[in-house]
Design a protein around this ligand. Structure first.
Ligand SMILES: *[C@@H]1O[C@H](CO)[C@@H](O)[C@H](O)[C@H]1NC(C)=O
Ligand SMILES: [Mn+2]
Length: 636
């Protein structure tokens, strides 16, 4: 009855909830890393290009879809005041429905396995077979609150064994008998208690006791009651066995990741600090390579190799070796290990890395000398790139140590921030303005922001400028040439942003469905599938800016015969003499230099505008921002 009377809007609502979940997945840095790393896992030592690109594009289209759903939902909400209320009941009915059916089933001798209540939940995709319904509810509830399988974590032994994922040659390595002492810092916000305890247990069990000076917990203002008195009791319990080993520092308000890491660093007393998330399990022999390397060279900042603790099954998934990099949005990702390292033919040798992911080990005093972490980085994102640029430009180096392995729980979703893109964007501009000199424009271009009056307050960077001066840090140009040559600035972009035809300013040139290479006109939105870059040399790049040596941007192409334009990888297209060069001036026609055909739009039978290549009908285009040599002003 209820179901029959359900307005369509409720189905839409449910779809929205699912879509929002999906979006959340893609929005978490860790999941994106996971997907990209998955690509690396299958194609070691090759750039994760195709997958990465497809994934990113899929992401932007998903974002669009969700945006539209949200709009529809808002409309629907206005029409249906008690929608939220009814939504709850729909869910209940769906949960209850299978029971009613079961009542009618003919009795068999075999007991029926419990029904899956949350068949669309990521938690139950590979886990939860045979779990009773009440337990499923409990597990799903915990999963939504924490972003991983707390129900399972609470049952697994705290001292469980995990597979040793090191290369066998690591086992033959020997380390000095005298190693520096170690402070381990574990940062958390509303982490499950059992997960924190498992991290602590792994550190105690797998670190040589003579070097482990202390474990410092930093709570960045959790609200979870389990992390108050119950956690204090656990700490007391550990300290009875290992006097003075554990300390806890609690922030009285939320300070963000970078600040929490600094809090831990300030409290530390050992020679070396390792700053970890609290959702890790360190693996056997993880500490010795780190301590030996820092003893050798106090200016090296180290990242261990991460393996993935799956958020649903808690199984350890081995990841192949990669280095830590980032794109022009300063969004971190994994890059292939350099050829120079492969040529060494020593799988235990340190790998030079352009960046860190966040987890790091350092000489405690050296980390202080270069300014520790930037407290001005808010919430999450970009703080790892900031530190990385500072380390490299100011006299340090970054290495990944293949024999040091840490299992890291990659959350399905982050419980503490819905839209990370705001803090990512802000933090990226902060890094750009502090460290990237004349190349900072690439960050603005990648985020599709005007160079002046971006409307984003990236905070005070004067102390960073002073630090840079005092440490006599090198330029970003030096960094690009010597540390991260794979990141390729594009020097001759003269126009960027949304590309609109004067016939209809509501639609924008868009990268089109992925997979596929057919650009379209689509309702304008804020996501990167509608980024367009026009180069002085005549190319139009369409879609998220790539600008890397190993991976191409997509160039708008006239295929020569058909009516529809295509997108082709730029360097391939140039080699094959495809028609990728266009004449264009702001407010003018877009004319292919080879074919003389114009890029224009035409109404399709559906009523929507489609792209066509045809004899010029005097249609004109405008691109959102002009830049450098081409235009006089920045904003239109
Ligand atoms: C975990 O601790 C229990 C109880 O102290 C012990 O019996 C068990 O062997 C330990 N397991 C591992 C893998 O160390
Ligand atoms: Mn983490």
């Amino acid at each position: 009855m209820l179901r029959r009377s359900l307005p369509q809007v409720l189905c839409l609502g449910l779809i929205l909830v699912l879509a929002a979940n999906l979006l959340l997945v893609f929005h978490t840095k860790e999941t994106v890393q996971n997907l990209i790393r998955d690509g690396l896992h299958k194609e070691t030592h090759r750039p994760p290009s195709e997958r990465d690109e497809t994934m990113m594009n899929r992401l932007s289209h998903l974002e669009v879809a969700v945006q539209q759903l949200k709009e529809n939902m808002k409309l629907a909400m206005k029409q249906q005041a008690n929608v939220g209320d009814t939504l709850m009941r729909v869910e209940d009915e769906i949960h209850l429905a299978p029971k009613a059916v079961q009542g009618n089933v003919v009795k068999t001798n075999k007991p029926q396995p419990p029904k899956k209540l949350f068949s669309t939940s990521a938690l139950f995709r590979q886990w939860g077979e045979g779990l009773a319904e009440a337990e499923q509810r409990k597990a799903q509830d915990l999963f939504q609150r924490f972003g991983y399988n707390v129900y399972l974590s609470n049952q697994l032994p705290l001292n469980r064994s995990i597979p040793d994922t090191r290369d066998s040659r690591c086992l033959q390595k020997t380390y000095p008998a005298q190693l520096p002492s170690l402070s381990v810092i574990l940062i958390f916000v509303d982490e499950a208690l059992s997960v924190i305890q498992r991290a602590i247990t792994s550190v105690i069990n797998r670190t040589p006791p003579q070097v482990l000076k202390e474990i410092i917990l930093v709570d960045d203002f959790s609200s979870n009651g389990e992390l108050k008195v119950p956690l204090d009791e656990k700490i007391e319990f550990y300290n009875k066995m290992y006097p003075g080993l554990l300390k806890i520092i609690r922030h009285a308000k939320r300070k963000g990741l970078a600040h929490a890491r600094n809090t831990g660093w300030e409290a530390a007393r050992a020679d070396v600090v390792v700053i970890l998330d609290a959702h890790v399990e360190v693996n056997v022999g993880w500490a010795e390579p780190i301590l030996a390397r820092i003893q050798e060279d106090r200016t090296v900042i180290i990242s261990p190799v991460f393996d993935n603790i799956c958020f649903d099954t808690f199984k350890l998934l081995k990841y192949e070796l990669a280095v830590d990099g980032f794109n022009w949005e300063l969004w971190c990702r994994y890059d292939p290990v350099p050829q120079t390292w492969i040529a060494l033919d020593d799988v235990t040798a340190p790998v030079r890395s352009p960046s860190i992911m966040g987890i790091l080990a350092a000489n405690r005093l050296f980390l202080g000398e270069i300014g520790a972490l930037d407290d001005g980085m808010l919430v999450y994102g970009g703080e790892n790139v900031e530190l990385s640029l500072r380390v490299w430009q100011c006299g340090g180096k970054i290495e990944v140590l293949p024999c040091s392995r840490v299992g890291h729980l990659e959350r399905h979703h982050k419980p503490y921030a819905l839209d990370l893109s705001l803090s990512l964007k802000r933090n990226a501009l902060r890094v750009a303005e502090t460290w990237m000199d004349e190349y900072k424009y690439m960050v603005y271009l990648a985020w599709n922001l005007p160079l002046q009056n971006s409307g984003i307050d990236y905070g005070d960077i004067s102390s960073k400028r002073v630090l840079r001066e005092n440490l006599k840090c090198k330029t970003f140009d030096w960094y690009l040439k010597n540390v991260y040559p794979a990141l390729k600035p594009i020097l001759n972009i003269v126009g960027y942003g949304r590309m609109k035809n004067s016939l209809d300013k509501g639609v924008c040139l868009d990268r089109g469905p992925v997979p596929g290479n057919t650009p379209i006109m689509y309702a304008c939105h804020e996501f990167s599938s509608q980024n367009v870059y026009y180069l002085l040399t005549g190319e139009f790049y369409v879609g998220p800016l790539v600008a890397e040596v190993l991976r191409d941007d997509l160039c708008l192409t006239d295929p020569g015969h058909r009516e529809k334009p295509t997108l082709e990888k730029c360097s391939n297209a140039a080699q094959n003499k495809l028609h990728i060069y266009w004449d264009f001036k702001q407010g003018g026609a877009v004319i292919n230099r080879d074919t003389q055909r114009c890029l224009e739009i035409r109404r399709e039978p559906s009523g929507a505008y489609g792209l066509v290549l045809q004899t010029c009908m005097a249609q004109v285009w405008e691109i959102q921002y002009t830049f450098g040599a081409w235009g006089q002003t920045n904003a239109l």
